[in-house]
Design a protein around this ligand. Sequence first.
Ligand SMILES: Nc1ncnc2c1ncn2[C@@H]1O[C@H](COP(=O)(O)OP(=O)(O)O)[C@@H](O)[C@H]1O
Ligand SMILES: [Mg+2]
Length: 247
Amino acid sequence: MSLLQLMGVTKRFGGLVAVNDVSLEIASGQLVGIVGPNGSGKTTLFNVISGVFFPEEGRVFFDGQDITRLPSYKRAPMGIGRTFQIPRPFGSATVRENVAVGAMFGTLGHQLNVNKSLKIADDIIEKVGLADHRNKLAGMLTPVEKKLMEIARALAMKPKLLMMDEAMAGMHPNDIDQMVNFIKKITQEESLAVVAMVEHIMRAVTGMAEKVIVLHQGSKLVDAPTKEALQDERVMEVYFGKSVEAL
Ligand SMILES: Nc1ncnc2c1ncn2[C@@H]1O[C@H](COP(=O)(O)OP(=O)(O)O)[C@@H](O)[C@H]1O
Ligand SMILES: [Mg+2]
């Protein structure tokens, strides 16, 4: 059984179809890249999966349950974690406190007190390489450090599914490689399914994803093993702006 299954999901904003009849499946522990040009519906798809928006059509299943209309605050404890494309940390709290909040809202939340949450936070902060910054106010971090903190916050939730919304944008290639290795390792250790949506950073996608789903104007264009997907002519057309009339 898949961890996540979408069946014919459509999300509209007025007349605009942001996600158009998308079906997909993600298995437990699978690393999936969701890519596509700006405006192709990636963030909206994540919002539908995390419950920020409900779709007009279709169904979303997670861990065998229909969660199509489940409010988002009930999804995080089930194991759906995410980062935001635009990080929104609590700027006047420390890095440690921000990450601990992630732990409290995650799958272990009901069994954690403040000290246990801080312990999980310390462990993850160390793993993502932010140990030197743990007592800094989040508002003082550089943009890249904020992205790392977002990843730490999502990981502290101990999710079964981690959706990263351009979490590696702006990072140095060396840091991306390091992050890719870290995510791969943690996926194996904790059998976490990771959906990394990395639009411009093909390096991260090819280094990490087992399969790639390509969105184009809200529709799913390609869903295939990474190598095959990246050699697909239609993907080249989407990325290099040629006509896709032929589809
Ligand atoms: N909250 C919203 N209200 C209205 N339109 C939106 C909203 N969010 C996204 N859109 C529109 O939906 C389309 C897909 O956007 P988005 O999901 O952000 O794409 P991506 O993340 O792939 O860049 C775009 O045309 C965008 O303008
Ligand atoms: Mg986006």
